[in-house]
Structures are given as C-alpha cells and as structure tokens.
Design a protein around this ligand. Structure first.
Ligand code: SF4
Ligand code: SF4
Length: 424
C-alpha cells in the first residue's frame, strides 16, 4: 500500500487556454548551475560570440554536467541574477541576435532505434540530458551506472496539483515518446516498460493508446490518486512490489519522467542539446494560465508579457508548485530545465502559526515515516537530529499541508538537513 493523501487538484486552470510557444526575447539569462554545483566555472568573457547550442561550461565534478546557449548572440554580462531557489547565482547574459546561428547543422535522424547503449550514453552526456521533473539529475549518469536495467517506469504521474507540463507532452508527443522508450529498451535490453499515470492524466490520451498497439512491451498503469505516489521509490514499490530501500536501480528498475523521455527523443533525433522545455504558468493571479514552450534562460517577466500578464500586483510566486516548490521574490527569475511550472497566487497574509497540539498527523502522513515535529524540535541538536534521519525527507510538503496548527514543518525539516550536511 502507498502512504499518501488525496489532494484536490487545480490542473484544469492551465488547460483552459491553448499551449503557446513564447517568442524569442532580447536577453537570455543562463545560470552557471548544474545538478550539484551552483557556481560552475566559465571561461567565456563579456563580448564573446555564442552560437545556439554552444557549450558554455561543464561542471567540474563526477557528473560532468554541461550548460549550453539556447540562442545565438553576444555575451553582454556575467553577473549574479535571481535563480529559482531565490538565491543569486552567476549568470551568463546573452544579447540575442535572433539569427539562431548554429556552428554545426545536422539533419534529423530517420530511425532512432538503431543506436547502441554506448551511442545513447555518449549522446546524453555530450548534449546535457537531465531529469525534467525538477531535479536535473544527469541522465547519462543514471543510465551509465554499472547495473543491469530490466524494467523501465515512465513517470507521468505529475503529482503537483497545478502543473500540467507532463500532461501536455503526453498529449502532444505520443509517437515521439513511444519511439524514445523503444530506442532505450532495445539499446539497454530492457524487458518491459510501464507508463505510470493518475486518472487525470489518463483522460484524453487516445492517440497515445492507439500508437501503443505497435509496442507490445509498453503498458499503461493507472496508479492511485494519492500524493506523493509519483516519488520514484513509491512507483517502483507499487508497480513491482519491489520493496526498494533507497533507489529503484537496486532492483534493476529505471524510472524516468515522461518529459525526460521526450528530451531523450529530441537528443537522439537531432543529435544536439535541447534548448527549451514546456512550463506551466498557472495560479489565480495569472490572467491567462496556460502551458508555454520557453527557451532556457527566458525570464518569467518576459513570458508574462506575452501571455497577458497578471490580475494583481501583490502576488506570491511559487516555482514548481505549492507542495514541493520554492517562493521567489521577483518575476525577473530565469526559467531553466529545472522549472516544470510556476504558480502565481494573489498574496494572502501567512496563516498564523499556533502551538503544536500533538495530534500526530504530520507523523502519520509522512510517506517516508519521519517525525517532522521531532525534527523541528531538535533541529539544532545534531546528535539527536542524526537519529531522526531528516535526510530521508523527499520535500513533499505533506506535513506542512496537514498540520492544524499551520506549522511550516517542511521548511524546518529541510533546514535540519542543511544543519547535518554542513557538519565539519
Ligand atoms: S501535525 Fe502539527 S499540531 Fe499535529 S503533531 Fe504535527 S506539528 Fe503538532
Ligand atoms: S518530513 Fe519531508 S517527506 Fe515527510 S511529509 Fe514532511 S516534507 Fe514530506
């Protein structure tokens, strides 16, 4: 049985309006950030010309994550700008010349199912493929682990209650997604694949189901409408009753987000980096909530100009949704591969926090069986904290959501993790 809670979803808000491709903008902001590195060294300088898809920097760690330019143009500045976690990070600012000049032009590959495992790993690494569910974990590293992959779960659960970017890909790109799954299955000798989704994302995917007829080893699995069933360990446990301790790969199960699969498709098809993604723009402060395709490095403020702006001035901007996301202080935040959606709500005063009434709800609801209230209580006492395992927290936000005293437990648990991680 999956531990979790049924939440009311607000996904229809962003599906009322048609999907829009955001036009090119004058300035693109590329943060020097990768999976584990928030200050990647860049040897380029102001005045340098960049082609579209040109490598800007590579992280100096075991992941060797790459950062590319999403337009062609000239570097105007390299300076700290607002990142999606509300910190300032070093950023390459490119003045777009609107020419989309590429150094090497390649045609589209006719058949992507002929690649070997080594070809795919190289293409993923050279073109910077990362997890598109908001974690930007390097995909070449995940597939390159020295472990056999028997089963693939494609995660189209999309737990966050406002976000519909995976849903949009699922509806718009059925044949491309299935082709990429098939290519991965044949190159890595994967026996079967389940595409996991909740009932909401299952509605209207007739095209997808029609295309599936040609792929006998790819199946659809509807999972319970509980949050956070989309957490990869939960999915592997549910579909395969796998009793995962840490990662599904322990049991030879690979889990990829459906938008990651579409990114893999684009890299296998065009053999060049992917320079943009679908982002959901939603919330009660947005005049025309919708899904948009953005080039990486576009500012949220530029996106809003194109889709009609906001209804209110006093707003709360949440990157990646209210359950697991982060609040940022300005609309001039750059949109990166890590952004699945932005929810902008009319500001309401923070609900007053009350004393804990020891109801135990936060403990009962936690999908990884932590005691958030105990972690909060001992957050500055490292010896006790270690035994409470805050590092197991998946940041789902259910403890804060359920607390009748309005205590922001998730923030406390995440800051307790930082206390432990910053230990000497
Ligand atoms: S849910 Fe809130 S009130 Fe209940 S035990 Fe946890 S912290 Fe205390
Ligand atoms: S402690 Fe972490 S994993 Fe547990 S409910 Fe809170 S946010 Fe979710």
């Amino acid at each position: 049985m999956i531990r979790g809670t049924k939440l009311t979803n607000n996904k229809n808000i962003s599906l009322r309006n048609k999907f829009i491709e955001i036009k090119d903008v004058d300035y693109i902001y590329i943060p020097l950030v990768t999976y584990k590195n928030k200050n990647v060294k860049c040897d380029l300088k102001v005045g340098d010309y960049l082609y579209k898809n040109q490598l800007i920097a590579t992280s100096n760690d075991k992941y060797e994550s790459k950062i590319f330019s999403s337009v062609s143009g000239t570097i105007k500045d390299i300076k700290p700008c607002l990142y999606i976690d509300n910190t300032m990070v070093n950023t390459v600012i490119i003045e777009n010349d609107y020419l989309d000049k590429e150094k090497i032009k390649k045609g589209a590959k006719k058949n992507i199912s002929k690649y070997t495992k080594e070809d795919i790993l190289k293409l993923m690494k050279d073109n910077g493929v990362v997890g598109m569910s908001g974690n930007i974990f390097p995909t070449h590293y995940k597939y390159g682990m020295d472990l056999k992959i028997n089963k693939l779960i494609v995660n189209a659960v999309e737990d966050e209650i406002y976000i519909t970017s995976d849903f949009t890909n699922l509806n718009d790109k059925p044949s491309e997604i299935l082709e990429a799954i098939d290519a991965l299955m044949s190159a890595f000798n994967i026996e079967e694949c389940y595409i996991a989704l909740k009932s909401f994302n299952k509605v209207g995917i007739d095209d997808f189901i029609n295309y599936m007829g040609t792929y006998p080893n790819i199946h659809i699995e509807e999972v319970p409408d509980k949050y956070p069933v989309g957490y990869e360990r939960n999915l592997a446990n549910y579909i395969y009753n796998a009793k995962i301790k840490k990662y599904p790969m322990e049991k030879s199960i690979m889990v990829n987000n459906i938008s990651t699969i579409y990114e893999i498709y684009r890299v296998l098809k065009y053999e060049k980096p992917v320079c943009g993604r679908i982002v959901t723009i939603s919330g009660n402060a947005v005049k025309n909530p919708t899904n948009v395709y953005i080039k990486y490095g576009t500012l949220l403020s530029d996106v809003l100009k194109e889709i009609g702006g906001l209804k209110y001035d006093d707003i709360n901007i949440i990157i990646n949704g209210p359950m697991m996301g982060t609040t940022v202080s300005s609309l001039d935040v750059m949109l990166t591969p890590k952004v699945t959606g932005v929810v902008i709500q009319k500001n309401v005063k923070d609900k007053k926090e009350y004393e804990c009434i020891n109801c135990g709800k936060c403990v009962n609801v936690c999908p990884v069986r932590l005691s958030p209230i105990q972690i909060k209580k001992y957050k500055n006492q490292k010896n006790i904290l270690k035994k409470l395992n805050p590092n197991k927290c998946i940041g789902c936000g259910l403890c804060s959501y359920i607390c009748p005293s309005n205590i922001k437990l998730r923030d406390d648990v995440l800051s307790a993790c930082e206390v432990l991680n910053n230990e000497d």
